[in-house]
Write a protein that binds this ligand. Sequence first.
Ligand SMILES: Nc1nc2c(c(=O)[nH]1)N[C@@H](CN(C=O)c1ccc(C(=O)N[C@@H](CCC(=O)O)C(=O)O)cc1)CN2
Length: 296
Amino acid sequence: MSVSASPTTVTARLLPGKPVAEKILTEVAEQVAALRAAGVTPALATVLVGDDDASAGYIRIKQRQAAELGFASPHVHLPASASQQDLHRVLADFNADPGVHGVLVQHPIPGHLDYDRALDVLDPDKDVDGMHPVNMGRLALGLPGPLPCTPAGIEALLAYHGVPVSGREVVILGRGATLGRPLAMLLAQKRPTANAAVTVVHTGVADWPRYTRRAEILVAAAGVPGIVRPEHVRPGAVVVGGGVRYEGRRLLPDVDESCAEVAGAITPRVGGVGPTTVAMLFRNAVRAAQRAVGQG
Ligand SMILES: Nc1nc2c(c(=O)[nH]1)N[C@@H](CN(C=O)c1ccc(C(=O)N[C@@H](CCC(=O)O)C(=O)O)cc1)CN2
């Protein structure tokens, strides 16, 4: 964690995401090996629209990881001028290709395009980001399906580090479709690693700190850099920095590093929730391949 470079006095235990991601990816590699032994090469297709440097970088990271794990990773790069129909055509082609088991459209896409409409075109069973409306519905109903990667990564991170969640008060600051809302549904489910009393609050609530200050586990999911400060944290609480904003490749987290002075445990700014998100992507992808060939 970069707190060592700041004057912050760290008292909180760190909750790194890297060992969590490594454990998940080791399991994924074993499942990939089993698929390949049965003659199936799992394939995770990626779609990049436009020339955003950061997005191109994340696609490269995913392709490198895919190769290490034994996935095929067909890739389509559409120009920034691509139309909604161009994007839909690419997705329809991947839907129709039985050799492609998972598909992701790297976010953000150019402003004239509608990400949600594109997601709607994607086969929900190939949606490895777990963001298709059908998969959100499955999550809401507690049915099996690909889970949104960052929420699933946060549940795994807390479980890995032995942070009890069941019966505890979790407050999520932020209600976005990629993190706050699905995480609330996930952590409220009846499972030993969930089963929490979950409150979702957002920055449009004038007195939001009243909620965050009572959290035993506080998840920042607002996408507002530095919004969570020590005075918003209950002493000894577990603080999870899920929300980030990207400025190019620079990651600006919601949680100010000085929160480590008050929290009992905290995710590091770098190597916290991020690596678990990528690991969950591959977990979703290998499961999609297993389902497609009847191994799931
Ligand atoms: N289709 C998707 N688009 C985007 C997603 C996504 O999950 N699906 N998430 C982000 C980008 N992203 C993956 O695509 C991603 C970004 C960053 C990390 C990460 O692990 N970051 C590191 C390093 C941070 C730093 O150097 O400052 C960390 O958190 O430790 C993983 C995934 C937007 N688009």
